[in-house]
Design a protein around this ligand. Structure first.
Ligand SMILES: [Zn+2]
Ligand SMILES: [Zn+2]
Length: 350
């Protein structure tokens, strides 16, 4: 009996690049679900895997299918799976957790110590089919745009970071206008923030942030942030800070413009340790919260925010068929992109 084969984007060897390959269609084992992939989105971490940085070399085994941002439909149910049905539209939580550690038991699955990443530690979603445990399957309403749902994983990081603090009537500073920073800006405006200011050095991405409705998108290489604050009548400093850049200069600038008693959540990982001026944190009584992954409830919050009118579509800048994945990675690596969507719904022959 010959195995059924499918197209997948894999990490072929320990080194730079990814490749389209024929791999076996996975089979849903007990408690698992087989998903037929419709759309995927390229994440910054996929670019790290492409580039084969230290983090990628530690986690990813060559030969593995990459990718973790996707939407699709259930194609098969493994033994014992209930409450889901074939044809149902779904996405999936990308962190597969142990279920019995202290954090899992407490509902803080994002802090599970034995987490496995889809498309990082095990085969991912850049393929015609994907297999995950049923407990990671997220049903998705049919009325949501699949191009947006494709990046709910990243949108979830933005949601978890932004909604860590009360935002109504608050002034928010976001350092780093990558796709997640820009999404967070949209969430903050939607959630009732007074002023939302985002900083970066990349004009293309600052422009994207303007499309998402920020009050100011500041190029800190050219403009004085404190001047912009004056123009926006931000007198005592920012109430809430969202650190998305992983950049020490940006983070220390954030500390310097926070209001006393301000709150900061941090998502941006640096590629080396970041020196921090502790005196700001202590003197201003700041609260800092590290963010990893997303809570399961974040998936509901995203669907409901979109249904309530939050438009995430401006963040999509490129759409390609999956066979043109190299163009998608090139767009991501250029820095002149928001989210890049790959379409898996049609097969191209030849
Ligand atoms: Zn991601
Ligand atoms: Zn756990």
């Amino acid at each position: 009996m010959s195995e059924k084969l499918m197209d997948a984007i894999i990490k072929p060897v320990a080194g730079v690049g990814v490749a389209l390959a024929k791999v076996p269609v996975p089979v849903a084992g007990p408690g698992e679900v087989l998903i037929k992939v419709h759309k995927t989105a390229i994440c910054g971490s996929d670019v790290h895997i492409f580039d084969w940085n230290d983090w990628a070399a530690q986690h990813v085994k060559p030969g593995m299918t990459i990718g973790h941002e996707y939407v699709g439909e259930i194609a098969a149910l493994g033994e014992g799976v209930t409450g889901l049905h074939i044809g149902q539209r779904v996405s999936g939580e990308g962190h597969i957790t142990c279920g019995h550690c202290r954090n899992c038991r407490n509902g803080d699955i994002q802090w599970c110590k034995d987490t496995f990443g889809v498309g990082v530690d095990r085969n991912g979603a850049f393929a015609e089919y994907l297999c995950i445990p049923a407990s990671n399957v997220i049903p998705i309403d049919e009325n949501l745009d699949e191009d947006v749902v494709a990046f709910f994983d990243a949108f979830g990081n933005a949601t978890h970071t932004a909604l860590m603090w009360s935002l109504v009537g608050e002034d928010v500073l976001i350092t780093g206008a990558g796709p997640i920073g820009i999404m967070a800006a949209g969430i903050c405006k939607f959630a009732g923030a007074r002023r939302v200011v985002i900083t970066d050095l990349n004009e293309y991405r600052l422009d994207l942030a303007r499309k998402m409705g920020v009050d100011a998108a500041v190029n800190t290489g050219k403009e004085d942030l404190t001047e912009v604050m004056k123009q926006l009548n931000i007198v005592e400093g920012f109430d809430v800070g969202l650190e998305m850049s992983g950049n020490g200069h940006a983070f220390n600038q954030m500390l310097s413009v926070m209001r006393t008693g301000g709150k900061i959540s941090l998502l941006g990982l640096g590629n080396k340790p970041i020196p921090v001026d502790m005196n700001y944190i202590i003197g201003k009584g700041l609260t800092l919260q590290g963010i990893y992954g997303r809570k399961m409830d974040t998936w509901h919050q995203m669907s409901y925010m979109v249904q309530g009118g939050l438009d995430m579509s401006p963040i999509i800048t490129h759409r390609y068929h999956y066979t043109d994945f190299q163009k998608g990675f090139d767009a991501m690596k250029s820095g002149n992109s928001g989210k890049v969507i790959l379409d898996w719904t049609t097969k191209k022959e030849g």
